[in-house]
Design a protein around this ligand. Structure first.
Ligand SMILES: Nc1ncnc2c1ncn2[C@@H]1O[C@H](COP(=O)(O)OP(=O)(O)OP(=O)(O)O)[C@@H](O)[C@H]1O
Length: 252
């Protein structure tokens, strides 16, 4: 589904200093996997995601999505960021239907799709509300609803729950898993949280900073829905947390 081969990304800062953001990244993601990119700040998680989205160009190497080398933003992907990426001047249903509007889907059809998704996301009563009238969790639900309205095969999520309080975050994690189990899309999800990565991912990719490299690739063999308090969960947590600690120490 997604093939990353020999990828390097070097940024040039305004002071003409080179920043080696990613070094020799090789990664193969199968259809319907739920992959979490985990690592300390500056390990290149967001950069890797942006390269997979086609928003950033590699310095060397390539990213293939469904067999095609990507050369610009890919259309068959939904994106969700930490900051609620809703347009404040549009109401919720128009925000969710926006991708369909761009694809020239007639208004009645796009409203039908958007309202079904909003119902599924528990926002059926808020279709006519504006983003500022919703809580943080509701805004992020709407942002996810928007990203899936065009039925993309891939969902890229960059710390989508990072700004939420702990309770809302737990709830959103559960809802996302439920959605993924039903719809089986491919998800690439950036997080700082070991616990979140193990709760969500079929696979956790651990990255180290300066330069950003893949240093761990864990297949999480736990059934869904997962129990954060189980012994098996704790064992994965200890193993991954231990390696994350080591990587963070090394890069200080
Ligand atoms: N546009 C840019 N210009 C220069 N350097 C950049 C740019 N974007 C990212 N970097 C650098 O690349 C490195 C990786 O950044 P990136 O944001 O991908 O890391 P991250 O793991 O997502 O970090 P965080 O968890 O803090 O969001 C950092 O050293 C960062 O300063």
């Amino acid at each position: 589904m997604i093939e990353v081969k020999g990828l390097n990304k070097i940024f040039l800062t305004e002071k003409k200093k080179e920043v080696y953001a990613l070094r020799d990244i090789n990664l193969s993601i199968e259809a319907q996997e739920f992959v979490c990119l985990l690592g300390p700040s500056g390990s290149g998680k967001s950069t890797l995601l942006r390269l997979m989205e086609g928003i950033t160009e590699p310095t060397t190497g390539e990213v293939k999505v469904m067999g095609q080398t990507i050369r610009g933003p890919i259309l068959d992907a939904g994106m969700v960021f930490q900051e609620y990426s809703l347009m404040p001047w549009k109401n919720i249903i128009d925000n969710v239907a926006f991708g369909l509007e761009l694809r020239k889907v007639p208004k009645r059809d796009r409203y039908k799709v958007a309202s079904e998704i909003l119902d599924k996301f528990g926002l059926g009563e808020f279709t006519k509300s504006f983003p500022h009238e919703l809580s943080g969790g509701m805004k992020q639900r709407a942002a996810i609803a928007r990203s899936i309205a065009t039925s993309p095969k891939i969902l890229y999520m960059d710390e989508p729950f990072g700004a939420l309080d702990a309770y809302t975050r737990f709830q959103m994690q559960k809802d996302l898993i439920e959605f993924w189990l039903q719809e089986k899309r491919t998800i690439v999800f950036v997080t700082h949280s070991v616990e979140e990565a193990i709760f969500l991912g079929t696979r956790v990719i651990l990255m180290s900073p300066r330069p950003g490299e893949i240093v761990g690739d864990y297949h999480i063999e736990l059934a869904y829905p997962r129990n954060r308090w189980s012994q098996e969960f704790g064992e994965y947590f200890q193993k991954i947390m231990g390696q994350l600690d080591e990587v963070s120490e090394r890069s200080r």
